[in-house]
Design a protein around this ligand. Structure first.
Ligand SMILES: [Zn+2]
Length: 363
């Protein structure tokens, strides 16, 4: 009897030890960033929506959002920490504090033959998505960032910002006369310049959907949701047998925070929730997808000041910029438990990257 117990104990210990060293690697990883989405933004969504997808996550935690040089990060350094696993100075996109390029989860994924995708409501060359595929010293180098995107081999990208791809002569703002949209064909992409045409996208093709001259209109001014865009990306990416890594950003939550605009913040949170729902539904059916939702930082120092139980809120703001407030982390699916507790933003990035390639060592 004692022997049997001892053997059972040894077996149990070895299994736990092995699990700790080798977490279960999901086939697909969906990283969702609500730009500027502090805890109180999530509260507005959860308190107003009884069926909020945020309630469906099995695990949650917090992320400390500081950058390498500042208590209060910007989106460039914030996204670089989450997507490349290193803190860097504010303004740097995919480069360390001295400007040396950092590999992101995109490049590690490519090495392991994952397909990759991006869906955002900002321009595609904005700091957050750029940290996935570009390496520049300044987030302002958006012409260069656009050039790096079309060469990045991301299988599906959907967002706004045509102006950085087009010369001045054709509605763009590039002064170098280069038309990057024309070059997409050479890199194997089918180009979509509006939502109507994107809806009918061939599933067996690389998708370059740059839907607007500027950002995608805010959620209250369009007849499709971030969830609709996300479903198009998922439909395409799921055909890749080796799995995929998808980045989704609710980009304009941050913009609402900068404006201290309650209505805008709530509608962008609703929009982001449509995408979370789409991803959780996909993961539930697929059973081998990790969905991680977090933010790069909080914006506006927002709080729910007054209101009623029916969801009429008056929001309060402390100022018009980012704060150092910790942001929430939600995770569901294989290895979701790795993201609980309080973690530094770059540590979240490292854990995600190690799910793609467990052999990666960080300095
Ligand atoms: Zn911001």
């Amino acid at each position: 009897m004692i022997n049997k117990l001892a053997i059972a104990l040894i077996f149990f210990t070895l299994t736990v030890a092995n699990f700790a060293q080798n977490p279960v690697r999901p086939k697909n990883i969906i990283i969702m960033i609500g730009d500027g989405m502090g805890v109180n933004y999530v509260s507005t969504e959860v308190l107003r929506n009884p069926n909020s997808p945020f309630k469906d996550f099995s695990y949650s935690g917090f992320s400390i959002t500081c950058s390498a040089d500042k208590l209060i990060t910007d989106s460039a350094a914030g996204a670089t920490a989450l997507l490349a696993g290193y803190r860097t100075n504010n303004g740097h996109v995919g480069t360390d504090s001295t400007g040396v390029p950092l590999k992101s989860i995109l490049e590690y994924s490519k090495e392991k033959n994952y397909a990759t995708g991006i869906v955002v409501t900002s321009g595609l060359t904005n700091a957050t998505p750029a940290a996935l595929y570009a390496n520049v010293k300044s987030r302002k180098e958006e012409f260069d960032i656009a050039d790096q995107l079309i060469k990045s081999d991301v299988e599906v990208f959907i967002g706004g910002g045509q102006k950085f791809f087009l010369p001045i002569e054709i509605n763009g703002i590039r002064e170098d006369s280069i038309n990057l949209i024309k070059k997409l064909d050479k890199f194997g992409y089918t180009y979509y310049d509006n939502y109507q045409s994107l809806q009918n996208a061939e599933t067996k093709s690389k998708i370059a959907a740059v839907l607007e001259i500027d950002a995608i209109p805010n959620a209250s001014k369009r007849n499709y949701s971030l969830g609709d865009l996300t479903k198009i990306a998922l439909k395409n990416l799921k055909q890749y047998e080796n799995g995929f890594i998808l980045l989704v950003e609710g980009s304009q939550i941050d913009w609402a925070g900068h404006e201290n605009n309650a209505e805008y913040a709530i509608s962008e949170m609703n929009d982001f929730a449509t995408s979370i729902r789409a991803c959780l539904d996909f993961a539930k059916e697929d059973k081998n997808t990790l969905v991680l939702v977090t933010a790069d930082h909080e914006t506006g120092g927002m709080s729910i000041k007054k209101g009623s139980l029916d969801g009429n809120f008056e929001l309060g703001w402390t100022h018009k910029s980012h704060t150092a407030e910790m942001v929430p982390v939600f995770s569901e699916g294989p290895s979701a438990e790795l993201f609980t507790g309080i973690n530094d933003n770059y540590e979240i990035g490292r854990r995600l990257i190690r799910l793609v390639n467990p052999d990666i060592q960080f300095k």
